[in-house]
Write a protein that binds this ligand. Structure first.
Ligand SMILES: *Cc1c(COP(=O)(O)O)cnc(C)c1O
Length: 644
C-alpha cells in the first residue's frame, strides 16, 4: 500500500479541562506510539503495518489513533465496516482502508464512494460487488483456516479465488487469514499456518499483500505468513497473554477517571446498593462515584471492582448501578468530594487486563465500552493536544452531506441576518451545534487573493485556448504537513475532491484537453515562503498534486500564508468563466485580467454570506471583485464575455 503521509492535526480547546466533568478518558498518544514502535521492532524487515482502528480504535478515538499510527509508519488502516471507513475519509485520511468484516450488499455504494477496500468472503458478495465497482477495484480475500468466523471455508476458497480472478472489476490485492488463538495456542496456530501455506502454494500467482498476524501473533508466533501485519490490541497497551511481558514492554494508553460526588457514613449492618448485596461489617465512610455500567464500568465489577484514590487501592462495594458506584473509604478517610479517582488505566492493579480479570471479562470489550459518557483528552508527551467532547461518537450521516448542510446553514443565516448579528458568530455556532466538533473553525480562509490571467499562447497549436495563469494566496490555520491540488476534465470526477479538507485548490479542465501535466501545471507552491516539494500523479481520472515540506510539521496549528501558482488552458470560445468559492472565506479579492480581444459583458456574483454584493471594479483589460466580509460555501462569480 502506498506509504502516503496523511496526518490530522491536533486541535486545541483551552475551554475544556477535566475539572468540569463527572468522568473523562485520558488517551496517552505517546504511550500508543511507544507500543507501536516496540511492536514494529518485532516485525520482520520490509513488513507493511496496518493499524486496526475498528470500534473507534478500541474505544480510544479512531482519528487521533490513526494519525499517530501513520506518523509511526502505518501505511494502511483496518476498520470493521463501511461507516467507520467513511468517517476516516471524511476527516481526510487518504491511505488504504481495509474493511475486515464481511460487508453487506447495501453497503457497497458507500464502500466504493469512499474508496474503501472490502474483504471478500463469499461468491454472492463478490458478484454483487463486481456489478457496481469500477474496473480493477482492490479487494482482499479472507480465508478461514480455522478461526471459524468470517472468511471463505478452505474447501471453497479456491473457487472464490478463481471467481474473483475472472470478474473484471475485482482485483485481488491481498489475501489474508486470522488466527483463533495467536496469544496462547502455538500448536493450533501452526496448524492454521500450514493450511494457509497450502492454499497459497496452489495459486497461479500471489497478490501484492499476504497477511495473517494480528498483534499477539507478532509477539507469540514466529514466521507468520505474509508481508503485512495487523496491529491491534498490543498497540493499545494491554497484554493478551502473560508470556508477552518478557518480550515486549507495553504501556496502557487509555485511563478512565472520575471524582467523588458524595461522601457518607454507614453503620454496622447497613446495606449499600441495590438488592442488599453488601452488608457493612463495621461502621465505615464511603464515597459515591458518578459512573456506572452506562458509562462502561461493567456491572460484573459489583463487589469486586478496585479504584485508586490518593494512590490507595480501594474496593467497590455493592452492586454497580447504571450511573453510580460506591467505594469503601476505610483506607482513605481524609478524602473530600471532588477528589480524583482512577477507575482504569495507567496505575498499579488498574491495567485493563487486571480489571477485566476481576470478573473474567475481556479487556478488548472493557476498553470498547469505557467512557461512553465521557469526553476524551488526548496527550502527547504529557501535554494536552486535543479533546473530543462529551457526546462525540462520530459518524457521517447522509443527512449531513455538504449540500444539505449548506442549505441548513443558509436558511439559518437568512433568518438571523434580518437582525444585525455577526455572520461568523452564527456560522460557527451552527457548525458547532451540528457536529459538536471543536475544530471546525480552523478551516476558514482569510485574505483570499485569486488572480487569473488569460493571454494569447505563442504556440499556434493552442490558438483555440487562452494560456491561463492563476495565482492564489490566502491565510489559514495549517492542519497538515501536506495538501493536495486536484484537476479533472469532468465535473463528476472533480466533485469527489470537494469534501476533502486537505484539497486546497481545484481546477476544472475543459473536456477537450487531456489530463496531463502539460494541460495543468503547478508552477510553484509555498507556505510562509517555504517552497514546497510536489509530486503529480494521475489517479481515478484526476490529476492530483501533493505538496509537502517537512518544515511544515512545525507550523501545524499556526496561521500560515499559502501561495499556489498554476499554468493551464481555457477554451477561447467558452464565453464564460466561473470561479467558485468552496470554503468559508473571510475577505476575498478576485482579479481577472485578459487580452484586448476579450470583451467583458457581465459579471455576476452569487455570494452566500452577509454581503451578497461585492465591490466590482472594471478596467480596460481587467475586472476585480472584492468582498471585505465573510463568504460562505456555494458562492461563485461568473464572468460573461465575448471574444472578437
Ligand atoms: C481486530 C482484528 C485484528 C487486530 O487484532 P488484535 O488482536 O487486536 O491485534 C486483526 N485482524 C483482524 C481480521 C481483526 O478483526
Amino acid at each position: 500500500m502506498n506509504p502516503t503521509q496523511d496526518s490530522r492535526p491536533p486541535t486545541h480547546d483551552s475551554r475544556l479541562t477535566t475539572h468540569e466533568f463527572r468522568s473523562w478518558v485520558e488517551i496517552d498518544l505517546s504511550a500508543f506510539a511507544a507500543n507501536f514502535r516496540a511492536l514494529a521492532k518485532l516485525t520482520p524487515p520490509n513488513t507493511f503495518i496496518m493499524q486496526i482502528v475498528k470500534a473507534d480504535a478500541y474505544g480510544h478515538g479512531a482519528l487521533e489513533i490513526a494519525r499517530t499510527a501513520i506518523d509511526c509508519g502505518a501505511t494502511a488502516l483496518g476498520v470493521a465496516n463501511a461507516d467507520e471507513g467513511a468517517l476516516l475519509r471524511y476527516h481526510g485520511f487518504i491511505l488504504p482502508i481495509l474493511i475486515l468484516s464481511p460487508a453487506l450488499i447495501p453497503e457497497i455504494p458507500l464502500i466504493i464512494e469512499n474508496q474503501l477496500t472490502p474483504t471478500i468472503s463469499d461468491p454472492l458478495f463478490a458478484t454483487a460487488f463486481n456489478e457496481l465497482a469500477p474496473a480493477n477495484y482492490n479487494v482482499h480475500l479472507n480465508i478461514d483456516t480455522g478461526m471459524g468466523r468470517s472468511g471463505a471455508a478452505l474447501s471453497q476458497a479456491r473457487q472464490l479465488y478463481d471467481l474473483c480472478e475472472a470478474l473484471p472489476n475485482i482485483f485481488i490485492q491481498g489475501i489474508f487469514t486470522h488466527f483463533a488463538a495467536a496469544e496462547n495456542d502455538p500448536v493450533y496456530s501452526q496448524h492454521q499456518i500450514t493450511l494457509f501455506h497450502q492454499f497459497l502454494a496452489a495459486l497461479p500467482h500471489l497478490p501484492q499483500y499476504i497477511h495473517s498476524a494480528n498483534s499477539s501473533a507478532v509477539v507469540n508466533i514466529e514466521h507468520c505468513p505474509g508481508n503485512l501485519v495487523r496491529f491491534g490490541a498490543l498497540t493499545y497497551g494491554f497484554y493478551t497473554d502473560a508470556s508477552q511481558k518478557e518480550i515486549i514492554h507495553l504501556q496502557p494508553v487509555l485511563s478512565f477517571k472520575s471524582r467523588i460526588s458524595q461522601i457518607k457514613t454507614a453503620h454496622k449492618d447497613d446495606y449499600i446498593g441495590y438488592n442488599l448485596t453488601y452488608k457493612c461489617s463495621h461502621d465505615l465512610k464511603y464515597a459515591i462515584i458518578p459512573v456506572g455500567y452506562a458509562d462502561g464500568y461493567d456491572f460484573l465489577l459489583s463487589n469486586c471492582g478496585k479504584v485508586i484514590l490518593h494512590d490507595t487501592l480501594l474496593p467497590v462495594i455493592g452492586k454497580i448501578s447504571m450511573d453510580m458506584i460506591a467505594i469503601d473509604l476505610t483506607n482513605a478517610t481524609h478524602s473530600v468530594t471532588g477528589d480524583q479517582v482512577i477507575l482504569l488505566g495507567n496505575a498499579p492493579h488498574l491495567r485493563v487486563e487486571d480489571i477485566a480479570a476481576l470478573y473474567k471479562g475481556s479487556p478488548y470489550e472493557l476498553l470498547c465500552q469505557t467512557g461512553r459518557r465521557a469526553p476524551r483528552f488526548f496527550y502527547e508527551n504529557d501535554k494536552l493536544i486535543s479533546t473530543a467532547p462529551l457526546l462525540r461518537r462520530e459518524f457521517v450521516s447522509s443527512d449531513y452531506n455538504n449540500d444539505k448542510l449548506n442549505r441548513i446553514i443558509e436558511a439559518a443565516m437568512q433568518q438571523r441576518m434580518q437582525g444585525s448579528q455577526i455572520a461568523d458568530f452564527v456560522y460557527q455556532d451552527i457548525l458547532k451545534n451540528i457536529f459538536s466538533d471543536q475544530d471546525n473553525n480552523i478551516h476558514f480562509r482569510h485574505d483570499f487573493q485569486h488572480s487569473i490571467n488569460f493571454s494569447i499562447p505563442s504556440d499556434p497549436e493552442m490558438q483555440n485556448y487562452f494560456l491561463t495563469k492563476t495565482s492564489l494566496s490566502f491565510r489559514k490555520i495549517l492542519n497538515s504537513a501536506s495538501f493536495r491540488i486536484a484537476c479533472a476534465n469532468n465535473e463528476a470526477n472533480l466533485n469527489r475532491y470537494f469534501q476533502q479538507p486537505d484539497v486546497e485548490y481545484r481546477w476544472l479542465l475543459d473536456e477537450s484537453l487531456n489530463l496531463s501535466p502539460d494541460s495543468f501545471q503547478l508552477v510553484s507552491a509555498s507556505i510562509n515562503d517555504i517552497p514546497l516539494y510536489f509530486s503529480t500523479r494521475i489517479i481515478n481520472n484526476c490529476l492530483e498534486i501533493t505538496c509537502y515540506h517537512e518544515k511544515l510539521h512545525k507550523l501545524i496549528d499556526q496561521e500560515v500564508l499559502f501561495r499556489i501558482d498554476t499554468l493551464t488552458w481555457y477554451p477561447r470560445n467558452y464565453h464564460q468563466l466561473t470561479v467558485y468559492i468552496t470554503g468559508i472565506t473571510h475577505k476575498f479579492n478576485l482579479d481577472f485580467s485578459y487580452p484586448p480581444e476579450l470583451k467583458m459583458e457581465n459579471i455576476i456574483p452569487i455570494l452566500s454570506g452577509k454581503q451578497k454584493f461585492p465591490t466590482l471594479t472594471q478596467n480596460h483589460n481587467s475586472a476585480t471583485v472584492t468582498s471585505q466580509d465573510w463568504v460562505f460555501p456555494s458562492s461563485g462569480i461568473i464572468f460573461v464575455y465575448n471574444v472578437d
